[in-house]
Design a protein around this ligand. Sequence first.
Ligand code: ADP
Ligand code: GLC
Length: 495
Amino acid sequence: MNRPLNILFTASEVVPFAKTGGLADVAGALPKALAELGHNVVVVMPRYYSIDKSELEHVVGPLGVPMGPMGELWAGVYTTSLPGSDVPIYFIDYEHYFGRSGLYADENGFSYPDNDNRFIFLSKAAFQLCKKIGFKPDIIHSHDWHTAAQPVLRNTRFAFDDYFEESATVLTIHNLQHQGIFFKGVMDVMEVGWEHFNPYELEAMDGVNILKGGITHADAVTTVSRKYAQEIQTLEYGFGLSEHIQAHSEKLFGILNGVDYEEWNPAVDPYIAQRYDIDNIAGKAVCKADLQKRFELPEWDDVPLIGFVGRFAEQKGIGLIAGVIEGLLHLNVQIVMLGTGEKWAEGFFGDIARKYPDSFACHVGYSNELAHVIEAGSDLFLMPSLFEPCGLNQIYSLRYGTLPIVRATGGLDDTIQNYNPADRSGNGFKFEWATHEALYHTVKWAVDTYRFERDAYDIMQRTAMQARFDWMHAAKQYEDLYYYTLYGKRVKNYK
Ligand code: ADP
Ligand code: GLC
């Protein structure tokens, strides 16, 4: 038996405390699954303004965080456990950086200009916290650019520190689009030494690229699906880092996310009009009527209803949807969308809703409840992403028997098998090219299958509902990777 590991897990958002996207879902669930495997996990995140201190336990004594020219800054620390577990989570409380309404940007969507300092501060605070609570991590697991400075810090400033000299680092890329590119002066704040400001480590066009440095220094780099690990090595998906990632591809692995079936399961879902499951699917029709009612659409039970939930961002293919939406509505379907983000899209889909009140509805906003209602009440789920590192909604859809229509990219490609009319296999509908034609024809194909090949649709629905992507499966792969990385590191140190 391998010994239990001490794992430091630092993320900029963690469910249920703060969330803008799937990263929070992962950071709230994976540590619990790792703990179930017997490991000691400590989670660290910022104490954002929206997180109520009075519900947390105060950790006595301030935490000193060195910030280069700014000297040592003193933070407060609060703690509690991840719900439903005894995994400790620590909140770094520093009003000046985290006492704001947004996580990364203000109400108008403008990124905070000091995001570099804010997240270098978080990255360093996690190291200092380990010392404060006497936790020597075997594994330092960082996520996205926000904490990608940690592998660099481990190999530089903390390389000969008792607490970290034996730690191995794992960096998970949830989204390569955001890399943390800043003015090079931030090197002084990181305090990792200017010798690391070069094109192989932190430099990118005379600025600092934190994610790039993290990729160079991490002992292992992971993506949240296998396909995405391949894609980011290509020009099309590499966001300028494809060659850099190729150079490090030996330590690059893809581990597909799991989903939380305690929350996303129509048999127990408290938000939906009637619970249902594979053996008793009648409730789904009730959920469809409820969805139509809530979105003020006519309650037509035989018209295919297509749902969308997600950020209104180019990544999610909203430009493609906008281009074909009127054509799709002429297929005699209903479409329901839930999301926020790009202002043009919020306005555009609002206009479409006014023009087609019987067949299209859009809720601009963030609502976990409506997300559940859409998953349960729709017949088909639309997710035509331009790129998708993993994607969670298509996996939720499978569980709810709502067949996904997806573009064959990243985690969408790894989780959805295309319908094959020859043997009626598959769990959804897929297309390759990010074109209006491909999207239109694939939706038409799905709708026709629903209407005219009902047996095939029903078989696929059952296949979809039986699929499982649980966290334990993913956690075991991370566990293997942790041991492999640690072992490799020891061998290297020994040489
Ligand atoms: P990403 O992290 O790129 O946004 P994911 O599919 O990994 O994409 O995760 C998105 C998560 O956020 C899902 O849990 C989804 O249900 C949720 N979500 C996104 N937009 C909304 C919204 N407007 N209302 C409710 N939940 C949303
Ligand atoms: C990112 C990706 C998404 C992924 C999520 C969790 O936000 O855009 O595809 O599911 O991270 O890993």
